[in-house]
Design a protein around this ligand. Sequence first.
Ligand code: GLP
Length: 234
Amino acid sequence: MIWESFDSYEALSDRAAHIFLAAARANPRIVLGLPTGRTPVGMYDRVVRECRDDYRCFRDVTTFNLDEYVGIPRDHPGSYYTFMREHLFEHGHISAAHTHIPDGMAPDLDEECRRYELDIANAGGLGLTFLGLGRNGHIGFNEPGTPFDSRTRIVQLTESTRIANAALFEDEQVPHEAITMGIGTILDSKSIVLLVAGTGKEKALSRLKSEEVDVAFPASSLWLHGNVRVLVSL
Ligand code: GLP
C-alpha cells in the first residue's frame, strides 16, 4: 500500500483528479470503478474543470459505479445515478452506453446483480477503482462482516451508514437496502485508490493503518491487494 498525506481536502482532490486524468490519458478506454459520497466531489469537480475545453478528455472511458440504493427512482435527489449525472456524467461527454450504475429499481434484483458482474467482465474488468471510506470501514456498501470474496449483490445498510448518508433524503427515509459491488469484485480491479477525507474517519483510518486484516473491517481487505494507493486528508 502506498500512502500519501495532504494538508487539505483541496490538495487531496487535486491529486486524485491527476491520477484519474493521467490514467484516462494513458489509456483512453480504461475501465474505471467510481465512488459516490462527499469525498470524491472535489476530484470530480477538478476532472470536469480540467476537461471543460478538451472534448476528448475522458469521453471514451467506461465507468462502473460501486453501488446504488434499492427502491428509489434514478431521478431521486438521493440516488447515486443523480449524483453521478450532476458531478461527472453531464459534464463529460461520456456516452451513456459507457456508464454503468446498478439499477436499484430492477424488477429482478438478483438478476441485475448478475448482469452487473457480467457487464464488468465483458468490459475487460476494472482497471482503476476509486473508493471512499465509510466511518465503519465500509467500501462501496460492503458493511462489516462482508466476506472478502463477495460479488455484486443486495445488501442491508447498517443504521450508522443510513444516518451518515441522510443529507440527501430530507424528510424521507434513507433506503434500507442497496446493490453493491462485492469486495471480491473490487479486489479484482487492477489498481485501487482509496480516498480518505471527512469528519469521523479517524478511527477507521487508524484501524486500516494497523494492517490487521479482519472481515469486521471491510477496508482491511485492501491489504490483500498488491496495487493500492491511499490518499489521506483528515
Ligand atoms: C457511502 C458510499 C460509499 C462511500 C461512503 C463514504 O456509504 N456507498 O461508497 O465511500 O459513503 O461517504 P463520504 O465520502 O460521504 O464520507
